[in-house]
Unconditional design. Sequence first.
Length: 167
Amino acid sequence: MASQDGGRTAALGRQLSLAHDELRRLINDLKSDLESGAGHRRTGGGGTLAAHCLAFCGALETHHRGEDDGLFAQLVRERPDLAGTVAKLVEDHELISSILTRVAELARQAAADGDRGQDEAIRRELDGLAAIMESHFRYEERVIGAALDRTVPDGDWPEPVFRPVRT
């Protein structure tokens, strides 16, 4: 039975949007810290920008692993016609992962150097990452969210799908 009545898979679509909203907030906070020059001082959360970059990178990677191994795997089992769409989203995750690796490297260098020499490079990477994330999230919410809301039966969905984004 499909989740048109607001069942468990429809809740997954809402959870997906909420997770994306949190990741959007986190990257915007990082960008704001960079703009304000707070990157090498202690930020409002009590850590340095480098630490926040590394935490954000970890949160986004964990979110994507949960989608790839949990949500997407189950979705393709339920809706094989979405295999091409899921493959494109997984490809996006790989692209985003390579950018996250670069951001993490720059953040580690900034922490080791103790100066602001990496801020501009981090800013550029975060700007590009934010643009790619936004496009990816909108597409995912539109296509996967619609499938979850209307055409995927409620069933046994894997646990990783339900883990919230945390840094």
